[in-house]
Design a protein around this ligand. Structure first.
Ligand code: SAM
Length: 275
């Protein structure tokens, strides 16, 4: 006999349905374990005793949904996060992109932009940035605004620089930003090659043909069906022999689209589309 759902689970489903119906953000196929943690934090922040109370506020107070989105979407990122991944891109993927007259890269779930600037710097150092367009997408408008601004607190930069060095960086990270007033701003030339826009892997379709998709630390928040949907979008967006990079806790092993890819650098989760 299956256990009846708990009150929390019932209220969570109702909350996600309400958010979808009112705001079109579709969290209904996210992994319950990670949603549970995040809504518990949100309950505390909003001073609500139950999810039903939070649902009432989400529906009736316009300022609540944008704030709740910061909990539900986990907008955290770092530059050159897992430097071996970027070293893999630099050594094995970028040289294979050299033959294309124009290059399109999709950074899906780009959050506040650190991954976008990391890839832009790699492409710049390998001489490809001037013929590349980077589509940087996310569902969190506040994160997208931060990504487009390219401004980060200066106290994060030492960590970014260390990872840049480990990723095979050819110069110094300071070549790419200007510092002032406790922050750094990344060069306009890096940003100029990027188009930042709203796109949901849960509800939207493919919008461009690309040679590289980098989607790191996003699929971990999805249930199996939504992971399959997202990987299906990546497969459809990629040219034949195009590349897909995932986060270090993600893999294609259980994906229904696994056969469409070969493992190029499995230790850093870089795949190549084969069919
Ligand atoms: C943990 S961050 C990952 C940031 C970056 N990719 C990295 O690895 O550093 C996860 C991002 O996925 C975004 N996200 C969540 N659901 C999404 C969806 N359905 N479609 C696109 N992005 C989504 C969130 O808004 C958040 O910015």
């Amino acid at each position: 006999m299956t256990e009846p759902p708990s009150d929390f689970d019932i209220e969570l489903r109702l909350l996600l349905e309400a958010i979808y119906l009112k705001y079109c953000y579709d969290f209904r196929s996210y992994s319950v374990a990670s949603l549970r943690r995040r809504v518990e934090q949100a309950l505390e922040k909003f001073g609500c005793r139950t999810l039903s109370q939070l649902q009432d506020r989400v529906l009736h107070e316009p300022s609540v949904m944008p704030a709740l989105l910061q909990y539900l979407t986990v907008p955290v990122s770092e530059m050159f996060r897992d430097p071996e991944y970027f070293l893999g891109l630099r050594r094995e993927v970028i040289p294979r992109l050299l033959t294309y007259p124009s290059i399109r890269v999709w950074v899906a779930g780009c959050s506040t932009g650190e991954e976008v600037y990391s890839i832009a710097i790699l492409l710049q150092e390998e001489g490809l940035l001037s013929r590349t367009t980077i589509y940087a997408t996310d569902i969190n408008p506040e994160a997208l605004r931060a990504a487009e601004a390219g401004v980060y607190p200066i106290d994060r930069v030492a960590g970014f620089s260390e990872s840049y060095r480990k990723s095979g960086g050819r110069g110094s990270l300071s070549d790419y930003y200007t510092a002032g007033y406790g922050a750094v701003v990344f060069d306009r030339a890096l940003r100029a090659r990027a188009a930042f826009s709203d796109h949901s892997l849960a509800t939207d379709g493919v919008f461009a043909e690309v040679q590289l998709v980098s989607c790191r630390n996003v699929l971990i928040y999805f249930d199996r069906d939504l992971q399959d949907r997202a990987v299906g979008l990546f497969r459809d967006a990629l040219v034949r022999r195009g590349f897909l990079g995932l986060g270090n806790r993600e893999s294609l092993r259980f994906s229904k689209h696994a056969d469409a890819f070969t493992e190029l650098l499995p230790e850093v989760r870089i795949y190549q589309r084969c069919s």
